[in-house]
Design a protein around this ligand. Structure first.
Ligand SMILES: [Zn+2]
Length: 652
């Protein structure tokens, strides 16, 4: 960043030098942040914010005036040409100069100048300049840059439908473990292939976020569908200096871009709570992935921006009205709606994007509002089956995250009561949800769709170092991938990609079980591990994971855990559930370190109760229209530009 004296344009250099020499307090305004973020130290195009032609994003500058002064105007220029000047405080159309009271203490007395929903069709690297003038006439400017990435026109047929299969936390080890369990090996060869193994093209993805080598799921998803790096815990936005989690500078999602340009539909299917980072990072813009009330409201309120047609998963706790609207206590119906996590947008953002204003309404009955907007509501698998193929579909099968495949399957087999303990005995499997979503999206499909399907608890169970549960999650996810592949085979103008947002837990297949007992000496390594042979039932899942010589998993990013090498009858507690503190859920172990039983303690390398995400590259496999673009090693933001090329310009 230039020094204040260097940046000052209208005061003579001599005066500036004299002021500095005399120790006089600096007398120039400063621009401490310019959005979209760029790296002024590098002219390397790969470090720039990048956009598709016409993709919308917000311009913003955080400007700090001198003591006793105010900022009178901020002008944004692209390649030296003005694209808008914001004068005085307040909001005019899509522009605003926010008062200092909305700015965090990190930049005291500052203002945020915003120009919402900017876009340009001009391909290439552009210089972005913000010029701020304060009340005494002093001027400061700061340069950044961004790139518009071209689309090759008429480059083959465009993909009409794009299906993103997102195995949360699914690294190479998670894929391998699912293959070993579901397909078996003999004489060194896999006896079958996962559906994702049959995709003809595979590449490796770098997963870093804007502010860390180790991403969480919000940037992990958002980076694929915005083309830009988000900061950890943020989705569909750039970071800013205000305290409001919903006013951040936005960047347009793939779903919004294609809906605006091609009138596509959007489907979101997850085994998580639908407010969770991965589903929300396809349609909702916020700097706080935890703001569930506003996130689920925005799904419905901004459906005209995204084309939302299918939304399925857990998360009913955010949709049920909280009658105690004003004081926000725990609602007895399980509602977790609170005004503190709800949203109201600033007027410039509403004007620029055509977004819904929002409202602090903890008492909202969001299921009823979805139904009024034409969505058929399915609270369980029976209702999902009975719904046929409606025009629009909302499925909310649990209060928060859905139960995992191992517990759902064991319930269907009549050997477990875990899903009953959660109060939701009739939950669909992810492949059943995916099949229904594809039928609904394909019903009125003249313009195509974007569908994101998340295998969410591959990650959640890897965090808990519950190996049996995440391996079955991966098998369940692969069965959903088979549904997507079948659809793409029948509808060849479809692209399917299978990937993850990041690896979770540093999972590794370390060998097999020697027999009885729980200690390090029970791990058979190398040739002693042989080939574990699981019996797969007609439902597609192992009859039991506790076979003789079962595959064993170690963790390179682990917290403390007690390990028995056997499947746990109960999952660890899920703190997202509204009634986790009451019986029977409060009888479940709180975490992996609480599974004292007869296991042995494995000391973790990280503090806390859960294994953590890692920065390791993850595989991406592609099938269908444009799949050949997904080879080599590339950044997660590169995926967005490949998708744009395939969806708009076509692919051979
Ligand atoms: Zn995670």
């Amino acid at each position: 960043m230039p020094t204040p004296c260097f940046a000052r344009k209208i005061l003579p250099a001599l005066l500036c030098a004299l002021a500095a020499a005399a120790g006089v307090a600096d007398a120039a305004p400063t621009i401490s942040r310019l959005t979209p973020p760029s790296n002024p130290l590098s002219a390397d195009a790969v470090t720039l914010a990048r956009f598709l032609p016409g993709q919308r994003f917000d311009l913003q500058a955080t400007v700090r005036p001198d003591a006793g002064q105010t900022i009178s105007s901020v002008e944004f220029k692209v390649d030296g040409v003005s694209v808008g000047t914001i004068s005085g405080n307040g909001v005019v159309g899509n522009k605003s100069l926010l008062p200092a009271t909305a700015i965090t203490a990190t930049v005291p007395n500052a203002v945020a100048a915003s120009l919402r929903a900017y876009s340009t069709q001009s391909v290439g690297v552009h210089t972005l300049t913000a010029v701020a003038t304060q009340s005494d006439g002093s001027v400061v400017s700061r340069d950044g840059n961004f790139e518009v990435v071209g689309i090759v026109a008429n480059n083959g047929r465009p993909a009409k439908n794009i299906i993103i299969m997102l195995g949360d936390g699914m690294g190479a080890a998670h894929r391998t473990a699912a293959r070993i369990m579901a397909k078996g090996y003999a004489q060194g060869k896999a006896q079958g292939r996962l559906a994702m193994d049959t995709f003809p093209y595979t590449g490796m993805v770098m997963t870093a976020s804007l502010d860390s080598i180790v991403t969480d799921s919000a940037p992990g998803m958002a980076n694929y569908v915005t083309g830009n790096k988000a900061q950890n815990n943020q989705e569909g936005v750039f970071p800013d200096d205000t305290t409001d989690a919903f006013d951040n500078p936005r960047v347009e999602y793939l779903s919004e871009y294609l809906h605006r340009n091609r009138n596509t539909a959007l489907g979101i299917v997850t085994t998580a709570d639908v407010f969770d980072a991965t589903p929300a990072a396809n349609a909702v813009h916020t700097s706080n992935r935890g703001n569930g009330t506003g996130i689920v409201d925005q799904f419905l309120d901004d459906r005209k921006l995204t084309g939302l047609t299918v939304l399925m998963g857990g998360g009913r706790k955010w949709f049920l009205p909280n009658a105690s609207n004003s004081t926000n206590p725990q609602a007895t119906n399980g509602s977790q709606r609170k005004t503190s996590t709800d949203y109201v947008l600033p007027d410039d953002l509403v004007a620029g994007w055509g977004a819904s204003k929002g409202k602090l309404d903890a008492g909202r009955d969001l299921i009823a509002d979805f139904q009024s907007a034409g969505y058929t509501y399915a609270p369980d698998k029976s209702a999902l089956d009975a719904a046929g193929v409606p025009d629009k579909l909302l499925g909310l099968f649990t209060f928060s995250n859905m139960n995992v495949a191992l517990d759902k399957i064991n319930a269907r087999r009549g050997v477990s009561t875990v899903v009953n303990d959660y109060g939701f005995p009739d939950q669909p499997m992810l492949d059943e949800m995916t099949d229904k979503a594809l039928k609904v999206l394909n019903k009125n499909n003249a313009n195509g769709f974007v569908l994101m399907v998340e295998g969410a608890s591959i990650d959640k169970q890897a965090h808990l170092m519950d190996s049996d549960r995440w391996i079955l999650e991966t098998i369940e996810f692969d069965r959903a991938i088979q549904k997507a592949k079948d659809f793409a085979t029948a509808n060849p103008d479809t692209l399917v990609i299978v990937t993850a947002d990041h690896e979770c837990a540093g999972a590794a297949i370390i060998g097999a079980y020697t027999g009885t007992g729980a200690s390090k000496s029970n791990v058979a390594t190398y040739e002693a591990a042989k080939f574990p042979k699981y019996t797969i039932n007609a439902d597609g899942y192992p009859q039991t994971t506790d076979i003789a010589g079962k595959m064993l998993i170690g963790y390179g990013a682990n917290a403390d855990r007690y390990e028995t090498w056997q499947a746990y009858p109960q999952p660890a507690q899920d703190s997202q559930q509204p009634f986790v503190g009451a019986a029977p859920l409060n009888t479940y172990p709180v975490n992996a370190a609480a599974r004292t039983g007869n296991g042995f303690l494995i000391s973790g390398q990280v503090s806390g109760e859960q294994a953590v995400h890692t920065a390791t590259d993850i595989p991406l496999s592609a099938y269908g229209r444009g799949a050949s673009l997904f080879t080599g090693v590339f950044d997660n933001t590169d995926v967005f530009f490949k998708l744009g090329q395939i969806a708009i310009g076509g692919a051979k």
